[in-house]
Every structure is written in C-alpha cells, then in structure tokens.
Design a protein around this ligand. Structure first.
Ligand code: TPP
Ligand code: MG
Length: 274
C-alpha cells in the first residue's frame, strides 16, 4: 500500500476503534490511537506470510501487542483484513465474545500472543524469535510495548536475552507517548532516554516520530544484523482526535455519543483532506 492509502486506512481504523469502545462502554482510546499508525504500516505493508485463511501459518511474521489495552486498534485491523466478521467488533468486551478487552490468542483469529498483564510481551517475543531461528524460518517478530509498561522489570530481562541471543529477527517498538494511566511518565517514574537505555543494552536503536509514515517505513525497512532492533516511536496519545491528544484522562474512558460524533467528524475531515 502507498503512504496515502495507509493514511486513509488509519482514519478508518481509528473510527472503528472508537466506535467499538463507545459501544462497549469502556476501553482505552488514548493508547489505541497512538499505535494505529504503526499497526497500519505493519499489517498493510510489513508483515509477511500472514493469511486470514490460515492464521496459524507456521512461517508467518508475528506481532505481539504487549500493551494489550490498545486491542481495539488491532481488532479493527484484523476484522478489516478478514480474520473475523466486521459485525463481531460490536461484541468487544462482552461475556462470551471472542473479542475480549485484552488480546487472547486462544480466542481471536489473528492474535499472536496474549497480553494485557503489562510487561510480559517482550519475553513472549524473544521466545518466538528464538523459535523461528531454531526452526529455520525467516520470520520477523514485532513487539509493541508501552512506555509506562517499561516500568515493569520483566521487559529488561527480555532485553538482555534478546541481545544475548543476537535476535536480529526481533523488532521491539516502544510507543513512547509520554503518558500512562495516572499521569506523565516523568511524574510517575521518570525513565530518562529509552534511546540511551536500549543502546546500552546492545540494541540497534532508531528514534522516530511514531505517527509519521515515512519514518515508520524507513525504521521497519532498516536491515540490522547480529542484534535486535529497538524503534523508539515518539507518538501522541489520543492521536487524531483533538480533544484526546496528550490528555491523560483519555487513557481509559469511553466516549459519550456527542464526543464520538465529534471524533468521527474530525477523522472524516482528515481522511477527505488526504
Ligand atoms: C501488570 C499490570 N499492571 C497494571 C495494569 C493496568 N494498566 C493498564 S494500562 C496501564 C498504563 C500503561 O501505560 P503505557 O504503557 O504508557 O500505555 P499507553 O500510554 O500506551 O496507553 C496500566 C498501569 C496492567 N494492565 N498490567
Ligand atoms: Mg504511554
């Protein structure tokens, strides 16, 4: 897909995710909006050998959404790609639904790893990347981690392992939106420069505007050998919806009907302007 088409697609995905959250009456719009652009590039351009007709294809690339609360963005994409019917999106977070609030690989076609209990996805991704190498598959593994999530200890163990095992088939993406559930990262637990930290661990580090398509594509396309790649994606929490951008209160809140209408109108205008 060309960049203009990707951008148009991202408007659709944003609208779909917000409608889902409104319908469910709960969810995480801020952190869903910040990852839409990276997910759009991944699913419509980057991931190889993914096939809705064969979701478990053994040689596929893998995508681990470690910050699992951003699931509505992923579900919107998986439905659009045909992993399950679009109508099913309205069952988000309902009892018995295949679309739970956080990713469940045993329930949802196209979901590669469980998530939601923050801090675990990088370890799963390290295992997947090791497994692909051991089995001789040319699969790439991507993991998306929140910046607040990196206050957990487990990701740093995974980071050491990824370097130790020279996992150059692993791309670790930090959604560095500067906010978490209770405020800014700096207020809650200042983490300093992720660029410096991951470089010190031995990653190839690429720092980008994570809502910019040219920069996302260049970062994904960069070939790295002998070590894992870390993309520090500086994003805007709530990206694309004026009243949500950089507002911590939109971490975990459903929209009212009025605000949903406003958000959809803004996204329609952005799409029409492309
Ligand atoms: C182990 C664990 N502790 C707490 C939570 C509750 N929680 C959900 S989202 C969140 C904040 C995450 O912040 P960040 O990783 O920056 O996510 P984003 O800003 O991308 O939404 C927290 C604490 C959780 N899901 N898992
Ligand atoms: Mg954050």
């Amino acid at each position: 897909m060309e960049i203009r088409e990707l951008k148009k697609k991202s408007c659709e995905i944003r609208k779909s995710a917000l409608k889902m959250i409104r319908h469910a009456g709960s969810g995480h719009p801020g952190g869903s909006m910040s990852v839409v652009d990276m997910l759009t590039v991944l699913y419509y351009r980057q991931l190889k050998n993914i096939d809705p007709a064969d979701p478990h294809r053994i040689d596929r690339d893998r995508m681990v959404l470690s910050k699992g609360h951003a699931n509505p963005a992923l579900y919107a994409i998986l439905a659009d790609k045909g992993y399950f019917p679009v109508e099913e999106l309205s069952t988000l977070r309902q009892i018995g639904s295949r679309l739970q609030g956080h990713p469940d690989r045993s329930k949802t076609p196209g979901v590669d790893a469980c998530g939601g209990s923050l801090g675990q996805g990088p370890s799963v991704a390290v295992g997947l990347a090791l497994g692909a190498k051991a089995a001789g598959y040319d699969s790439q593994v991507y993991v998306i981690v929140g910046d607040g999530e990196l206050e957990e200890g487990q990701p740093w163990e995974a980071a050491m392992s990824a370097v130790q095992f020279k996992l150059d088939n692993l791309t670790w993406i930090i959604d560095n939106n500067g906010l978490q559930i209770m405020g800014s990262n700096d207020e809650v637990m200042g983490s300093g420069s992720f660029e410096d930290k991951f470089r010190a661990f031995g990653f190839e580090v690429i720092s980008i505007d994570g809502n910019d398509y040219e920069q996302l594509i260049a970062a994904f396309d960069k070939k790295v050998s002998g070590k894992p790649k870390c993309i520090v994606a500086h994003t805007i929490k709530g990206k694309g919806v004026s009243f949500m951008e950089n507002e911590v209160k939109w971490h975990g809140a459903a929209l009212t009907d009025e605000l949903l209408d406003q958000a959809l109108k803004e996204l329609d205008e952005q799409e029409a302007a492309l």
